[in-house]
Design a protein around this ligand. Structure first.
Ligand SMILES: *Cc1c(COP(=O)(O)O)cnc(C)c1O
Length: 425
């Protein structure tokens, strides 16, 4: 029987058999025992399925990945140690030195650095594009060596909405997958596969954990992209892997090829694995994700409306506001609500913004978003301080932008705190 998403949040992943633990067990073990040398050998040849070393796979991690996979409607998924690792693996699994990919410039600052600086050092070139450009302009950025297109469902920290159908059409026209970071919307409010995305990534650190307790990431594959149809571009998946006795991932694993390759090669070699203990925390968070997201959205909309009415506020960006520039995209792709994060600017710019933040009592200044406690950050002086003014502008981050992550407190308490801090500036 097909369950609704609220039920999946609770019951997918770990399905205990008779006499087994009701809650997901934490397999706090680096290794797994086998009876014969041959059994072990088969695992290393990817001939048999089974656990042998937690860097590659662990039952606790796999159960949590399976739950996220179900929530997104994918065919295979893996956990990673962080959202950064998830986005790195998602691209590096299909790009190598000499390759190119296209990313929206409106993305998380850490991802921007990864793509613009670190991956460049590895010989992988990223072109950042303004995601509001029309298709006729965006099409000019594709090259023969372009291997992927990347964007965020709701961008961090600018809180704008990605136009899935536009980018999916372009990516598929050029025979490459669309990879979407769905961290802010979560599968409760948006399932990118339903709009043409091929691969989804998450920083589970945010709403999925939801309590600011553990850093983590996840990659989910829809199984929809036909690697063999573009085998010349994705030979890593469609031709023999010498480091695994010449197996060909697409032949041997079918729709599981992409995640199997990321596990067998990237996790083996880079080792950004999730700890089973932290995976357990993510699972606890997932059990209430549907309830929390609903409340985050309700609170954020109330706060956004309050800010919108204040004469001390220069602008507010929250997709759920009727007068938001993204309201049409939000109505299309995020019909249940967007997220608990909003962005706004205070009249008087940088200085007044800093005064305002220092006057808050309930909301705290932290380098985090998307958990139960209301918090905020000024990207130009915090997360994005490595970026030049030009890069800031390219990323759509105004110098006065404040990113407010509305928590699960009583919305009136959050509004009163903001109100008193505004009154003092
Ligand atoms: C936080 C974040 C990341 C990075 O995740 P970490 O878990 O901090 O490594 C990536 N993408 C988005 C949208 C994020 O908000």
């Amino acid at each position: 029987m097909k369950h609704r998403i609220e039920t999946k949040c609770i019951h997918e992943g770990w399905k205990p058999k008779k006499g087994e633990a009701r809650q997901l067990p934490i397999y706090q073990s680096t290794t797994f025992k086998y009876d014969t040398s041959e059994q072990m050998g088969k695992l290393f040849d990817l001939e048999a399925e089974g656990y042998f070393y937690t860097r590659l796979q662990n039952p606790t991690n796999d159960a949590v990945a399976a739950k996220i996979c179900e929530l997104e409607g994918g065919v295979a998924a893996m956990l990673t140690s962080s959202g950064q690792a998830a986005n790195f693996y998602a691209i590096f699994n299909i790009c190598e030195a000499g390759d190119h990919f296209i990313s929206s410039s409106a993305i998380y600052g850490g991802t921007y650095n990864l793509f613009a600086v670190t991956m460049k050092k590895m010989g992988i070139e990223c072109t950042f594009v303004d995601q509001n450009l029309p298709e006729s302009e965006l099409t000019k950025y594709f090259k023969p060596n372009t291997k992927a297109v990347f964007g965020e469902t709701i961008t961090n920290p600018t809180v704008t909405v990605f136009d899935f159908e536009k980018f999916a059409r372009l990516a598929h026209f050029y025979g490459v997958p669309l990879i979407v970071d769905n961290t802010f919307a979560t599968p409760i409010n948006c399932r990118p596969f339903e709009w043409g995305a091929d691969i989804v990534t998450h920083s589970t650190t945010k709403y999925m954990d939801g309590h600011g307790a553990s850093v983590g990431g996840c990659i989910v594959d829809s199984g929809n992209f036909d690697w063999n149809a573009h085998g010349d571009k994705f030979s890593g998946l469609t031709s023999p892997d010498d480091s695994y006795h010449g197996i060909t991932y697409t032949n041997k694993f079918g729709k599981g090829a992409y995640i199997t390759k990321a596990t067998a090669q990237l996790m083996r070699d880079f080792g950004s694995s999730q700890s089973p203990q932290n995976a357990f925390y993510i699972n606890l968070g997932l059990e209430t994700l549907h309830l929390r997201i609903r409340q985050h959205c309700e609170n954020a909309l109330a706060v956004a409306r309050f800010l919108n009415r204040s004469d001390k506020i220069a602008w507010v960006n929250y997709p759920g506001l009727e007068d938001s520039v993204d309201n049409a995209l939000a109505n299309k792709y995020l019909s249940n609500g967007s997220c608990g994060v909003l962005a706004f600017g205070i009249k008087g710019g940088r200085e007044k913004s800093i005064d305002f933040m220092d006057n808050l009592n309930l909301a705290s200044i932290v380098t985090h978003v998307a958990d139960s406690k209301t918090c905020l950050l000024h990207p130009a002086s915090h997360t994005h301080r490595q970026l030049t003014d030009r890069q800031l502008e390219e990323a759509g981050v105004a110098p006065d932008l404040i990113r407010l992550s509305v928590g699960l407190e009583n919305a009136n308490d959050i509004i009163e705190d903001i109100g008193q801090a505004l009154a003092q500036i």
